[in-house]
Every structure is written in structure tokens, then in C-alpha cells.
Design a protein around this ligand. Structure first.
Ligand code: SF4
Length: 199
């Protein structure tokens, strides 16, 4: 079978899993690509690209930016797969096909963090709040990334040094540099730069 896009493949796998085809795939030549006993149902993750740095990170390649999930074991844990399927089974297939990135991202935040940490800042949806709870310090510089997506694929990434008005559809995410995430916080209408240890 030839898949048009990774998104299409993710949805096909999701629908298969919703119909009960899930568990480890011992026949796959890459098994186990993460850990022994892993659940392979959502091999093409329905939340991709989630932009949750606790699970993956954005990487610059010769072909542009990609969200790297090589180390993400979360979506391969049996309990997580069951939770994801239970959550997504309350929506019609049609809705799951039609919904955009934000719908899926709010769900992954809810499942992973227990609540939505992202929020709108003007037209842009900011995931900088996912730095919450980390070991952070205030810094003078403001650094973060403004990302655009087209059909769940990263089409543009811009490094920003100030908060401004963004066009609709822009996603603001922390910038990873070494072991630190860089972003900002809003305090009394003032924007302050922050730097947080990733783990
Ligand atoms: S990091 Fe994990 S949860 Fe996020 S998109 Fe990748 S596989 Fe999915």
C-alpha cells in the first residue's frame, strides 16, 4: 500500500487501532525499535509533531526542520495507547480526519500533562507554557521559535528575539540550545526571557 503522507498513515493506523488492531508488531523488521514489549499501534503518531520537548525535539536538517521523536517511548506504552484510543474513540472518523493540529495537540497535552499548558497569545498558539515546572532562570535575552505547519508538516521555522503580533496559525515553541530551553514569560504585561534546564 502506498501512503500519500505521514499524516494519512497516522490516521490509517489510528483507525485500525480504534477497531482493535493493536499491540506489539513482532513481524516488523524494526521490532523492537523502542523497547521490548512496546505497543506498535500508533507507530506513526497521531500527535506528530507534538512540539513537547519532554518527548522529542526540533532538529535542523539539510531538508529543513523536523520534529525528532526517535527517543519517544511514551506513545508505545500499552497504558498510554489505551488512554489515547479511549479519548479519540469519542470522536467520529470524519472529525478525526478533518481536525487540525491544535485539536490533537490539546489532547496530547491533556494526556501527558493532565491539562492544557498551551494558550493563545494574540493569533499565535504558544507552547512556551510547557516549560512550566522546570528549573528556570530569568535572562535578558528573549529567544523562542515561531513555527508554521502545512498539513501537519513543518513548513517554516523562525528564531524570534521579541514577542510581536503573529499571523493566524503560528505556533510558538521554546528554542533548544544544548541542555537548555529558551522562551519567555509574561508578567504584569511585561515580557521576560527565561532559560530552563531541559531535564
Ligand atoms: S514526540 Fe512522541 S508524542 Fe510527540 S509526536 Fe513524537 S511520537 Fe508523538
Amino acid at each position: 500500500m502506498v501512503f500519500e503522507t505521514s499524516r494519512e498513515r497516522a490516521l490509517i493506523e489510528l483507525f485500525g487501532a480504534l477497531e482493535g488492531r493493536y499491540g506489539p508488531n513482532y513481524e516488523c523488521k524494526y521490532y523492537p525499535c523502542h523497547f521490548e514489549g512496546q505497543d506498535c499501534s500508533l507507530c506513526f503518531c497521531p500527535f506528530y509533531p507534538c512540539f513537547i520537548y519532554d518527548l522529542g525535539y526540533i532538529k535542523k536538517t539539510t531538508k529543513g526542520y523536523v520534529w525528532n521523536c526517535k527517543e519517544c517511548n511514551w506513545i508505545h506504552e500499552k497504558d498510554v495507547v489505551e488512554e489515547v484510543l479511549s479519548e479519540l474513540s469519542s470522536y467520529s472518523r470524519q472529525q478525526l480526519v478533518e481536525e487540525g493540529w491544535l485539536f490533537f495537540n490539546r489532547i496530547v497535552q491533556k494526556l501527558y500533562y493532565g491539562r492544557e499548558l498551551g494558550k493563545f497569545i494574540g493569533n499565535a498558539y504558544s507552547l512556551i507554557g510547557c516549560m512550566e515546572g522546570k528549573e528556570c532562570e530569568e535572562i535578558e535575552d528573549i529567544r523562542f521559535l515561531a513555527v508554521r505547519l502545512e498539513n501537519f508538516e513543518i513548513s517554516d521555522v523562525e528564531e524570534m528575539t521579541r514577542l510581536q503580533e503573529f499571523p493566524e496559525g503560528v505556533i510558538l515553541i521554546p528554542l533548544l540550545d544544548g541542555d537548555y530551553l529558551f522562551g519567555f514569560k509574561l508578567e504584569n504585561n511585561e515580557v521576560k526571557g527565561i532559560k530552563c534546564r531541559l531535564f
